[in-house]
Design a protein around this ligand. Sequence first.
Ligand SMILES: Cc1cc2nc3c(=O)[nH]c(=O)nc-3n(C[C@H](O)[C@H](O)[C@H](O)COP(=O)(O)O)c2cc1C
Length: 246
Amino acid sequence: MTTEVEERSGAVEMYSWHEGMDFNPVEKVILERRSVRRYQDRQVPEKLVRRVCEAGRFAPTAGNCQAFKFVVIRDPALIDEIERFVGRLCRITSFLLDWRSSPLGRAAWLLAQATARIVPNWLHPVPFGAVSLIAQGKLKVFHGAPTIVLVLIDKRGVGYPEKDAYICAQNIILAAHSLGLGTCWVGFAEMLKYSPAWRRRLGLRWPLGIGMGIALGYPQGQPDGMVARELHEIDWFEGGEKRTVY
Ligand SMILES: Cc1cc2nc3c(=O)[nH]c(=O)nc-3n(C[C@H](O)[C@H](O)[C@H](O)COP(=O)(O)O)c2cc1C
């Protein structure tokens, strides 16, 4: 006997679990989604973009405050302008902090040391390597995606509204993947907040601030598939004991 919910979901195995069952469609979307960094030239239909934003709107938020707003950018010229702006900031960052290439030499090394103490995660080799590639024009910030969704944070939200915006972005990313689109979370879009001109232009003014950018488009090739992840220990308290499970 099926429940009403099961009937509405087209009789795929959803909303229930039994030992040995295959991954259901939601799990597959979560497990197989990858960040997409190569996009086809064709644009995503407006209705589809609006549909994935709807998935964002239904994210859980503290106190149901829904502390976010979406900005959709689809003008190639505007995307290029943002790319150039972020490129400039990356060049300045490399000049000041990349002791391997900066003409400042030891002064850049000292600045990097100080930065690493104040904001330890900034100079991690992955983002720092990307800064260097963007600065040299070898990496596109939005990877050539035809649509960018900026998720703005409404700072009047309950508690930590940036968390609401991040969860909302993840809903968008998963819904987009389930509908055949590729996405990439673009933290570099946050750099827009350093420019008064961009803040004015994109409405990043109180109470709104930028959370992240999401590159959205049809992927080139087949980028998806399960990626190796580290095994994480889970501490499990039950029956008066603590166990470790994986
Ligand atoms: C907060 C955050 C910021 C990120 N910023 C960028 C970015 O600026 N550019 C980029 O190409 N990928 C970015 N990513 C994507 C990660 O690199 C990617 O999720 C990670 O390497 C795991 O790969 P996967 O998404 O394919 O599973 C970001 C992801 C998160 C969660």
